[in-house]
Design a protein around this ligand. Sequence first.
Ligand code: PHE
Ligand code: ZN
Length: 875
Amino acid sequence: MSNQPAAIRRADYNAPSHFVDTVDLRFELNDDGTIVSSRLQCRASDGEPGADLLLDGNELKLLEISVDGQPLPAARYTVDDQSLRIRDLPAQFELEIRTEIHPQRNTALEGLYKSGGMYCTQCEAEGFRRITYFPDRPDVMAVYTTTIVADPNSYPVLLSNGNRVDAGHLDDGRHWVRWHDPFPKPSYLFALVAGDLACHQDRFVTASGRDVLLQIFVEHHNTGKTDHAMAALKSAMAWDERTHGLEYDLDRYMIVAVDDFNMGAMENKGLNVFNTVCVLADPETSTDRDFETVEAVIAHEYFHNWTGNRVTCRDWFQLSLKEGLTVFREHQFCADQGSAEVKRIGEVRTLRAAQFPEDAGPLAHPVRPDSYIDISNFYTATVYNKGSEVIRMYHSLLGAEGYYRGMQLYFKRHDGQAVTCDDFLAAMADANDRDLTQFSRWYSQAGTPVLEVQDDYDATAQRYTLTVRQSCPATPGQAEKLPFHLPLVMGLLDQGGRSMALHLADSAASDAPLERLLEITSHEQQFVFEQVSERPVPSLLRGFSAPVRLRYDYTDQQLALLAAHDADGFTRWEAGQQLATKLMLAALGRAEPPAHVANEHLLSALDGVLRRASEDPAFAAEALTLPSEAYIADQLAEVDVEAIHRVREACIRDIIAELGSDLETIYRENRGTDQAMDGASMGRRALACTALGLLARGDDVEDLLRDHYRNAANMTDRLCALGLLAHTDNDAAAAALADFHDRWRNDDLVVNKWFQVQAMSLREDTPELIAQLMEHPDFSLTNPNRVRSLIGAFAQGNPLRFHRPDGAGYRLLADTVLQLNAINPQVAARMLLPLTRWQRQIPSAREGMRRELERIGNAHKLSKDVFEVVSKGLQ
Ligand code: PHE
Ligand code: ZN
């Protein structure tokens, strides 16, 4: 690989040489190119004349440049393909620059681009430099005024950040609108939208009486699908006032839905831009999951207004300052909307599916990374989801009140500033008079810590001792780790499953709660409990109180007891999962595949779940779902995906043999034929679909699945049946797939689902089917949602067929990544990730994966994004 792009290092941070106080932008959106005029009020940060000003710029054509009204002589500046350097500047000056850009040709979807008929922008992290020359770094914060000029017929709606301050018409028939955002912001929060859009409007009055106009803009064919997003926005606004005392600060809050978007959504000040997937919802075409996603993402972007926008990041190494914190706030909000336990289970599933493997692979990095080649590769599960777990641990260690005290101090100190993760930690520590120095290792050390717990019961002394040892595996660049500071929330159960009082050895006799938070800080610690009248079963890591792998040598009986009786819902679920995992791992460890995988303990635990299912159907659905093949793989030193699949299928067949008729009863009792979107209906649907999913792995289920598909009254049921049918190559499957496409060929988001179920099919020829589907007229490599639905779902969600022994899955992915590299480098790099997880695969798979990675690495003109992932992935 030649021409290696350089790494940027956190240690090299330098404060900006210049500040920009105001930015005046004028966009002329023409079919043959956009002219951007910018006027910046700049001043040297040391107050002295003479410092060079370095502006970032990418794919720009410089038309004109002047300083204080005078055209700048060529001798005073240098331009290359990344930057513009200006010399001999006074201490304070006005800089005017005119550039030309081509949004029509922009398939990278960074900067200003066209999606369908509309113009939109994406500036995080480094997209603004594709719009104009600018110090494109988050610690340069300016007040923006933006004027947009366009043809009124094609672009009647012209939007930017802040408040609409003026509008008019030009003599040539074009119209213009001017926007002003009074809050200083970094360039990554700039946004512009122009298009022919429908608007769903509402109002929200804040606690202090500000009347806020709420607007959701969509293309006309998407009208009628924004009620759920609007309701979610209003509840998020009310929630942030109620729980944090945080109010919205502008007179309007706008959301625009676009089809072509690299990520989920973007929190631009006052003008969020959303992937349609994260804003549109309607029972006919969206699943219950989709509804939850919309609510979560709407809330997430709204919460960024304080955690991200009012207080922003000093540099991109601090990304988790805003993302980890905002994901945690989103999680708190979602927990308050419905069953907190079920939400927590979902969060842990996501963490384990996406973050643990990342932390165990070649791209492992700390929550606050130390270096990057391309920052877009660091919008990761580690920065987001592990980052959120880190915030959750502050909440646990400091208590809810202490946490909110810390948040208050954080806002009081840093409103309007660009700060670091250290600043956040300092606010939490100072507000609570706590030393969090050791806690800061969560920001600097990568890898998932392992907690090994052993116990000892002394019946004569009625004393129970827990020994907790922590360790953390080596990760790239970090061979040795220091111990973490973490909360271990626990309880003890007696043999009847009742919670026991916890008399810690050196605490007061009256202090005997049923649950304790143990602070883990050393390599090894002991906790001694007195007055323990019988050998207890430890209930550990309740609520998943820390992002660790817990090891305790439970017996099957103990896990069954916890699953049936523990006081904590997460631990009840987890115990069932661990029991199933244990049995499947044991089966995998045997030379001869055993006839049965499930045993009486697992079957009776599941039987208990079925009998109690009506108490909490959503929870029952989680408890009936076996650990995924990916989760099982993550427990193994050497991964044979086919063996894992066989064992998991065998386990399901054991369950059907024993509990099949109960599963059928549960299925019939809970399946519905309506579109009710309340939590209880959604819970019953989840339960019915989970039961059906298990039954579908048995024999003679074609009629059941066909009926479920035919009678479905909502997308959750329909998609569930379609996904199960699509695993087989028969007429029923073909008919359902054809029917589904026929009905919804004009709804892009549903067509995505149609691609996705086929990508996830267990059919052996899935790689070939995907290659065919890539030729389908509805498929396109320029639309990231399509790419994710087909290629992403296959490579990330279908381990059995992605790892097909002949390597067809790997080749397909590599071919696609090479094409995408030239179209959309960010998406290309993201799609590539599954190929970098070769280390623990069986040797034949490892070779096939490395071969494809090397093929990509040897290709010409690799983008920085793809280069970084390939080169790290091969190490
Ligand atoms: N900042 C966005 C969010 O998490 C994510 C994003 C990053 C979107 C980069 C686009 C580009 O809310
Ligand atoms: Zn975010």
